[in-house]
Design a protein around this ligand. Structure first.
Ligand code: SF4
Ligand code: SF4
Length: 182
């Protein structure tokens, strides 16, 4: 008896110069920072930059101002992007932010779809990536909801009277507690 083995879907990233890692500011949430900080054994302050928040209700109120958290940049790209002989690779692949894993997918009307106006050189195989991406997108969405609620709680409690370092400690403790209770 012969079995038909379906080919794994092709990653367009193989033929790409990772333009997404150069073009976008990578905003991160509490779980992203937790995974990166633990995976790299680094304090979040080392790899985060503060961006002035536009949304008053969602920005973090700290002594430094109303801010959002993003990955630092180096040579006009994400600091974790490395180039060797014109080949680019992510050096934190195992714990890269949810938004990096999601790109260029999104959920529309409960269905997996590709964002409009993407930087990728070709379209992605939506059927081939469905099994991998739908659970990831749902998890990522719930982590952003967790983060938004956490920021709202912090803002209500401290109203800009504490520093970013104190916020980061508060945030990482809350992630740890939520992971322990799962
Ligand atoms: S996600 Fe798209 S733009 Fe980013 S590396 Fe892959 S193919 Fe290139
Ligand atoms: S963390 Fe990795 S995948 Fe995400 S932007 Fe940086 S280099 Fe690219």
């Amino acid at each position: 008896m012969t079995f038909l083995v379906s080919n794994p879907p092709k990653f367009p990233c193989v033929d790409c110069h990772t333009d997404c890692c150069k073009e976008y500011t990578i905003f991160v949430n509490a779980h992203d920072v937790y995974r990166l900080s633990n995976g790299l054994n680094l304090k979040p302050e080392i790899f985060l930059q503060l961006i002035g928040a536009k949304d008053y209700s969602l920005g973090i109120k700290v002594e430094e101002g109303l801010v959002d958290l993003a990955l630092k940049q180096k040579n006009n790209a994400c600091e974790f992007l490395e180039e060797t002989d014109d080949v680019y690779r992510c050096t934190v692949n195992d714990f890269k932010p949810g938004v990096c894993k999601s790109y260029p997918f999104e959920m529309k009307d409960e269905k997996l779809s590709q964002m409009s106006d993407i930087m990728c050189p070709t379209d992605w195989d939506l059927i081939g990536f469905k099994e991998m991406m739908i659970p990831h997108l749902k998890k990522d969405e719930s982590e952003w909801v967790f983060y938004d609620q956490l920021v709202k709680r912090w803002n209500l409690k401290y109203d800009g009277e504490k520093s970013l370092s104190e916020f980061l400690k508060f945030m990482l403790t809350k992630v740890e507690l939520s992971l322990k209770s799962q």
